[in-house]
Write a protein that binds this ligand. Structure first.
Ligand SMILES: [Zn+2]
Length: 261
């Protein structure tokens, strides 16, 4: 055992942490030796900062000196590397939990000998961890950007438009379709700015800027409660800096501010 290996231990959907100067961090293998938890699964994640990292599942509760933390509660509270590693751990643990049996023939799956995959010895079907590509896009019109408020969000927060890619679709087609479906306008001149792993539950978000190309904002009751143009100097309440939507917004604001001198 490498004593300094990092363990992302999942207990009832929450990750076991210790608090260091008020900030949660994953437990080390050495610390975990003293924790009274029955381990039900262990998966190698890779190396980070020259330390081996594992995702573990277990039965039990956090003993004194430890706490279990919801993954969402780590957002913005811990360094991004830790958040993404915890997100990777959670996705791998949940994928194993959900693929113990073959989806085609119902037989029991085995872990694949070499790949991160589950394999059915009965019918030969191999299942790989599922990722769901999705787009997130900031639509621009001069000094303004289009932001929308989701009806399901608890706070009065506005963000960029987003949606999942459908089978057979290119990522560019997803951008055009989602913008048309959600707010009824056309866009062009797509620019890819970057991506973010978003483990709620297994998204890979590809972030774009796009230019307004025509149409009036129109949305159906339901998913979107409100959508409108905002001047870059008059931002509403927007997501915090951990979210890719905020990077897209900040990139636009900084670019317009620099252009104005
Ligand atoms: Zn099978």
């Amino acid at each position: 055992m490498e004593a300094d290996a990092l363990y992302f231990v999942w207990l009832g959907g929450r990750v076991l942490c210790v608090s260091e100067h008020g900030v949660p961090r994953p437990v080390t293998a050495d610390e975990f030796r003293w924790v009274d938890v029955e381990v039900t699964g262990k998966h190698y994640l890779g190396r980070w900062d020259q330390r081996a990292c594992y995702a573990l599942t277990g039965e039990g509760t956090a003993p004194e000196g430890f706490a279990t933390v919801d993954l969402r509660a780590l957002l913005g509270r811990v360094e991004p590397d830790f958040f993404y590693l915890a997100g990777r751990a959670k996705q791998i643990v949940e994928w194993h939990r959900d693929h113990r049996f073959c989806g085609r023939c119902g037989g029991a799956n085995d872990a694949h000998a070499t790949d991160r995959a589950m394999h059915c010895p009965n019918c030969g079907l191999t299942a790989y961890p599922r990722l769901s590509p999705s787009i997130i896009v900031l639509v621009r019109r001069g000094d303004e950007m289009l932001l929308a408020r989701n009806a399901a969000w608890p706070t009065r927060m506005f963000s960029t438009l987003a949606g999942f890619t459908e089978p057979g679709e290119s990522i560019e087609q997803t951008v055009h379709r989602e913008v048309a479906e959600e707010v009824g306008i056309a866009v062009d001149n797509l620019r890819y700015l970057g991506s973010q792993s978003w483990p709620f539950p297994n998204s890979l978000m590809l972030g774009f800027h796009a230019d307004y190309a025509g149409g009036e904002i129109e949305y159906q009751d339901g998913e979107i409660a409100e959508a409108r143009w905002f001047h870059y100097r008059e931002l509403p309440n927007v997501p915090n800096g951990t979210a890719i939507s905020r990077w897209l917004i900040d990139a636009f604001v900084n670019e317009r501010a620099a252009a104005q001198g």
